[in-house]
Design a protein around this ligand. Structure first.
Ligand code: PEP
Ligand code: MG
Length: 590
């Protein structure tokens, strides 16, 4: 619900996910997509309107057949056959005849007639007491959207790579793949109705340095394209028609931030070492090969997490082994001799291949995701393993598996890795014979059996984003339960401690690459728990380093000791805030 601060302005509050302030005209995406107006026709116009509908149906059919063909080539006939249902809808005589009848008897334009009839069908299907039929509703809407795009002469979807002018994007939701397409020069910021801090959309926004606010509930309904707004990614607000007074206050905030950024620049070339001389390895999380420059200028000592799935999305086919090899090699060479930890494909959850059309799952984060997908898609996984192995000959490459739930998966993945190593040896293709292979600890079961995983791996990387969602049963995407997503929950701290202790007992190092590692409030706690490395988005690293250089390891250990004996997440968080603010007050003036 909007509130008003100064006269004439409207303020909507959500969850701040990517720092920064931007101002400009807004563009409301979902409204752009759904507006279909009714136009009354004369008798003479009817034949042409029927002709338009027929052409749109034919065009849509061609388009679906094309998508299906690409899919069959890249991933197989089984997945491609999902589109048979879409083709059947297009050929459904009841639907088409009814749309034709509405055009003729109501004398209305084809898009209005088709949308009305298709919506009526979808609504009826949604009421049916049969799960299979209910699932056809989304097929129905998908096909309807395509037909309407043809009739309206619109591109499939608004392409965020080619916006005409700079704007603030407002949407009900944005997928990580859509966010990855954003042109930083044109997208001044974005705000969505749903989402939370650790969704991949939010992570991508931070990485692209695009100010963003999520969880605004009904912003996409309330706001109109063309309105002038100020988006505050520090505090999670969007202000429509900001007054001069508001703009003046924000001017001051921006100046404060610029002063802080200047201070932070000073630490870029300094080591991440505490006042009592404890060295921490600070590395970067990246999503694309092109991010290597940002890593260098962030003062990071390498990459702690390369999320490779972004090489696979926003395209019509899978990347070849060669393309992947080039991407991994490029990053490894750019950052040599620093390490680059490449994570194998983590598709599923909220990241899908646009052309793969994996069947909808009831619980995608508990479903066919990451290593589970890779172990069943041997060709896809094999191409990536070979590419990573080959890149390991060129720089300091390490590799890790996401979503390992127990020993079996680690063993299966390693067995495949051995097969591909053997293949490369036979082909005389060089790779690092001592490639270090790590395990992501992001499922509670992995944290519980950390000792057996530690015995068989070279390092751990704790993915707190998923570890928290799975341990506390809190969907990391859902703004309605964002308050339950508590990194300082005693259960989380015990799981982290158990993993760190198991790793150190087996003489392997532990990194944290979830968003906790980039949050200055939580960094002291992680250090106190014994974490050796922190990996975060490049824009967050300077403040983390600034803080580390003002901390004493002894104090962080005391904090961790207190936290492990405390029963209240809120009390633990308060202590964390106290220590971080005492050490570096200027980081918290927002
Ligand atoms: C995590 O889960 O903490 C993690 C780093 O992986 P991702 O955010 O890509 O799921
Ligand atoms: Mg994860």
């Amino acid at each position: 619900m909007a509130e008003r601060l100064h006269k004439g302005e409207k303020v909507l509050r959500g969850i701040p996910v990517s720092a920064g302030v931007s101002r400009g005209k807004i563009l409301v995406l979902d409204k752009v997509r759904h507006t279909v107006t009714r136009r009354d026709l004369t008798e003479a116009e009817l034949p042409e309107e029927l002709n338009r509908l027929e052409k749109a149906l034919l065009g849509t059919r061609q388009q679906i057949l094309e998508v299906q063909r690409k899919l069959a080539d890249s991933i197989g006939q089984d997945q491609a056959s999902i589109f048979d249902a879409h083709l059947l809808i297009l050929e459904d005589p009841a639907l088409i005849d009814e749309a034709v009848r509405v055009i003729q008897t109501d004398r209305v334009n084809a898009e209005h007639a088709f949308q009305t009839v298709a919506e009526r069908y979808a609504g009826a299907l949604a009421q049916v007491d049969d799960e299979y039929l209910r699932e056809r509703v989304s097929d129905m809407r998908d096909v309807t959207g395509r037909v309407l795009n043809h009739l309206l002469g619109r591109d499939e979807e608004l392409d965020l790579r080619h916006l005409k002018e700079p704007c603030i994007i407002i949407a009900h939701d944005l997928t990580p793949s859509k966010t990855a397409q954003m042109d930083r020069q044109k997208v001044l910021g974005f705000a969505t109705d749903i989402g939370s801090k650790t969704s991949h959309t939010a992570i991508m926004a931070r990485s692209l340095r695009i100010p963003a606010v999520v969880g605004l509930k009904d912003a996409s309904e309330e706001l109109e394209s063309g309105q002038y707004a100020l988006l505050d990614g520090y505090n999670g607000v969007i202000i429509i028609n900001p007054t001069d007074q508001t703009l003046f206050e924000y001017g001051q905030l921006i100046r404060k931030q610029l002063t802080l950024e200047e201070k932070l620049r000073d630490v870029l070339t300094q080591p991440a070492v505490t006042l009592d001389n404890h060295r921490v390895l600070l590395t970067a999380n990246i999503e694309q090969a092109g991010d290597a420059d940002a890593v260098k200028s962030s003062g990071a000592e390498g990459v702690g997490l390369f999320r490779t799935e972004y090489l696979f999305i926003n395209r019509d086919s899978l990347p070849t082994e060669e393309e992947q090899y080039e991407a991994y090699r490029q990053v490894a060479l750019a950052l040599k001799p620093h390490p680059v930890v490449i994570r194998t494909l983590d598709l599923g959850g909220d990241k899908f291949l646009s052309h793969l059309h994996v069947p909808t799952e009831m619980n995608p984060f508990l479903g066919w995701r990451a290593i589970r997908f890779c172990l069943q898609q041997r060709d896809v996984f094999g191409g990536q393993l070979r590419a990573i192995l080959r890149a390991s000959a060129e720089g300091n490459v390490k590799m890790m598996y996401p979503m390992i739930s127990g020993l079996d998966e680690l063993n299966q993945a390693n067995a495949l890795l051995d097969e591909f190593k053997q293949e490369l040896r036979q082909q005389n293709l060089p790779f690092d014979e001592h490639l270090e292979v790590g395990v992501m600890i992001e499922i509670p079961s992995a944290a519980m059996v950390a000792d057996s995983l530690a015995r068989r791996s070279h390092f751990f990387s704790i993915g707190t984003n998923d570890l928290i969602q799975y341990s506390l049963a809190v969907d990391r995407m859902n703004e309605k339960i964002a308050h339950l997503y508590e990194p300082t929950h005693p259960a989380i701290l015990r799981l982290i401690k158990n993993s760190v202790d198991a790793a150190h007992a087996h003489k392997i190092w532990v990194s944290v690459c979830g968003e906790m590692a980039g949050d200055p409030v939580l960094v002291p706690l992680l250090l106190g728990l014994g974490v050796d490395e922190l990996s975060a988005a490049p824009p967050l690293l300077a403040q983390v380093k600034y803080l580390i250089r003002r901390l004493k390891l002894a104090d962080t250990r005391q904090l961790a000791e207190f936290a492990l004996s405390c029963e209240s997440p809120t009390e633990i968080l308060a202590r964390c805030q106290e220590l971080a603010q005492r050490a570096a007050p200027s980081l918290f003036e927002k």
